[in-house]
Write a protein that binds this ligand. Structure first.
Ligand code: SF4
Length: 473
């Protein structure tokens, strides 16, 4: 039977047809509340609670996708519930994918990425968090991640964390500045340093290099040795905060749980982006990819959500079913858009997302077992495309865009971000040279409640160009 994307209003009617047995399974934090807390609500319900953009998006029509949306948008409820029940809450900031593997070794704790608040002003269609941040000194010279500072002030997205882990060093200045302001607001912060991954050059021939086992990235061994020491510092800080010892076995358990989540995300990406007929819309794949970095504050239910989505995708691939009309052109998307409605716009214009570099690609790789867990996490960090040369990131994008048969590449910059203006040209030039496909890049403006007309024109024109080029080929 043909399917198509639906609106939040369609879900209000559709949700009533979901069998009770499915609804019963959609529960989080079973270890706090007997039987867990039900969360399967329509997107419009989450829109009424504040994330108003949900009423302007189009969604996949499957119960599995609804479960994914509801799981992501119920994160703040979990954090408050856990805090009320005496659990430890850790804010992890900046590294995107590694520190949570360590923090989740603490029993009765949840971890969340404060950086994830960067898209909250767009989802809320309200600049309140940005205004709050501005009052505290984080003005629009910084990227949207300054919303995290506003959220530490208002505390309506998360309760005050018991401890924050702030990574600095080989990362952007924007969030380093924001994290300092967060500490000045009274948050308890443990600082740790992220080393740069230098390339082999004539000047460092005496340095010992190795290759990551899964991403095949060259890295200087001393960077991993340094990182492991930093991670030992994180473990000590966790022990002090929780009052209990963290053993190697506890770290291993957490690593294995994350390996299962990473495996599900990795396989899902490969199936979706590799398929001839796109089995899942871009928004759902984007959300699933982000679960890999911190399990959306609930590792146990994350696995259930991803397994359910994977089954749906497999069924569609077997049946050649797609929620997108016709034969959309395939777009590789670089850097996640602050405004999620751009993905709906892209799909409404006759394209689909076939591949992505949302700056978290290291978090899909497995973490090596058979070595000390901290060593495995440090080694995995060397696959982060944001801590090394830009040429390396550009090469990886070219490889993936080619593997997923992209017809064009879209690079969406983040307003005010310190890194983006330099990246876009280098990445774009390499794609044009190596793949000879159209590339477009622009900074996503903040346009609450409606699309910027300039963006609509540019996206639609770009997709027309890509369609014409595909016809000629
Ligand atoms: S500058 Fe870029 S990497 Fe840094 S916080 Fe902003 S979006 Fe994230």
């Amino acid at each position: 039977m043909p399917i198509q994307r639906i609106t939040s209003a369609d879900w209000d009617a559709g949700i009533k047809k979901i069998p009770e047995s499915f609804r019963r399974d959609c529960r989080y934090l079973r270890s706090i509340r007997k039987g867990g807390v039900p969360y399967l609500l329509s997107p419009s319900e989450y829109a009424r609670r504040g994330d108003r953009l949900l009423d302007r998006l189009k969604f996949d029509p499957s119960p599995a996708a609804l479960r994914l949306w509801a799981f992501i948008f119920s994160e703040k409820d979990r954090l408050f519930l856990a805090k009320e029940n005496g659990w430890k809450i850790f804010a992890v900031m900046k590294d995107l994918g590694q520190t949570p593997v360590i923090t989740y070794s603490v029993p009765k704790s949840l971890s969340f990425y404060a950086d994830a608040l960067w898209w909250a002003p767009c989802f809320a269609e309200n600049p309140r968090l940005l205004d709050e941040a501005e009052k505290l000194g984080a003005t629009n010279e910084l990227c949207f991640v300054r919303a995290a500072l506003g959220a530490f002030k208002t505390l309506d997205y998360f309760p005050m964390p018991d401890l924050c882990f702030a990574g600095v060093g080989s990362c952007c200045d924007d969030f380093s500045a924001v994290m300092q302001l967060i500490e000045w607001q009274g948050a308890k912060v443990h600082w740790w340093e992220i080393p740069a991954r230098h390339d082999r050059t004539r000047n460092n021939i005496s340095a010992k290099f190795a290759k990551t086992p899964f991403g095949k990235t060259d890295y200087p061994r001393r960077a991993v040795e340094f990182l492991e020491k930093e991670y030992k510092g994180i473990v000590k800080a966790l022990e002090k905060e929780s009052g209990s010892r963290i053993t190697e076995a506890m770290l291993k358990d957490s690593l294995c749980r994350f390996n299962r989540i990473r495996e599900l995300v990795r396989n899902l990406r490969e199936m979706v982006y590799g398929a001839e007929k796109m089995p899942l819309p871009g928004l759902e794949t984007l959300l699933a990819e982000f679960i890999g970095i911190h399990a959306c504050s609930e590792p146990e239910e994350s696995v259930n959500v991803l397994e359910c989505l994977t089954e749906e995708v497999k069924k569609r691939i077997r049946g050649g079913i797609s929620p997108l009309k016709g034969n959309p052109v395939r777009i590789y998307w670089v850097t996640p858009p602050t405004d999620a409605s751009l993905i709906t716009l892209l799909e409404d214009s006759g394209a689909c997302i076939a591949g992505s570099d949302y700056m978290i690609s290291h978090s899909y790789y497995p973490l090596r077992t058979g070595i000390h867990p901290l060593n495995a996490v440090a080694e995995n960090y060397m696959d982060d495309l944001m801590i090394g040369s830009l040429e390396h990131r550009a090469k990886k994008i070219v490889e993936e865009a080619s593997r997923f048969r992209a017809d064009g590449v879209l690079i969406t910059g983040i307003f005010g971000a310190s890194h983006c203006p330099f990246e876009e040209k280098i990445i774009g030039d390499m794609i044009k040279r190596e793949l000879r496909i159209p590339v477009m890049s622009f900074d996503v403006p903040y346009s609450p409640g409606r699309h910027s007309e300039q963006v609509v024109n540019r996206m639609q024109s770009f997709i027309e160009v890509v369609k014409l080029r595909r016809k000629k080929r």
